[in-house]
Write a new protein. Sequence first.
Length: 311
Amino acid sequence: MLKYLKEYNWPDMRRMIENGRLPPDTCDERLDGKLCVVTGATSGVGLEAVKSLHGAGADILMINRDERKSEAVADSLRRAGPGSVDYLIADLSSLARVREAIGGLVRLERPVDVLINNAGVHMTRLVLTPDGLETTFAVNHMASFMITLAMLPVMSRRGAGRILQVNSQGHRFFGLDLGDIDWRRRPFSGLRAYGAAKTAQLLCCREFADRLRGTGVTVNAMHPGAVKTGIGENNGRLYRWYNHHVVWKGLGDPSISGTALHYLAAARELEGVSGAYFNLTREEKPAPHALDRELGKRVWELSLRLSGMEG
């Protein structure tokens, strides 16, 4: 970690702070007839994303964990506009359930135009999944990695499409130790575990961009802004109280995230832009450790091995 801290510089940090104060760019582009797949869309950033995309005419396919909440969102969207709305149910902390969701995607009889990997969790204590993975890493990185990897050939064959990884400035917490991704040898830190997962996702975004070069499909990552979301609601009562009564007071409405994702998904000026990291809609330099291509290749190989997929 110390070697990366030395690579930070003040102009990059100043730009990050300035970007965080600016509203997102907006987009008037319509998405009629296009299919947008969004994970984790029953609340927060994901919900605002599907509302914005559907409002622009897009057909929506959500991948969510809760069927009751999914049906409620789908019903609301259907009443709001003409685009079709459907969903798949999957617990993205389980690699087996992720594979089932992938099966549903690859069997679609129509192309996916936009894929937004938004689902995420923040844990205050160490919880391992049935696969033996730390839950934050499983949901925030492995699920998005597997879904994106599976969609590469599907979207590449069509020669068009945009993939967006909802990342976070939390990647700057780092915490990534490829020899201890399940935190069995280190004291667990929720913030650093979150940083580890987001760092892994960001590093693999650049690897995906390399593999998509020349296909017409782009992949980018974005920080959705400092907004109120339901992330962390799975944690204890004290955490939830502090989140609602202290943290949220300094946060914005998640609708700005939906506006930003519409822009990144549809703006003509971003055609061909790939492998970038955006703070809402402004391209930004991520933390030095998230630019380490050698580390990225190691994360890629580890992710492939854990997923059991071929890349």
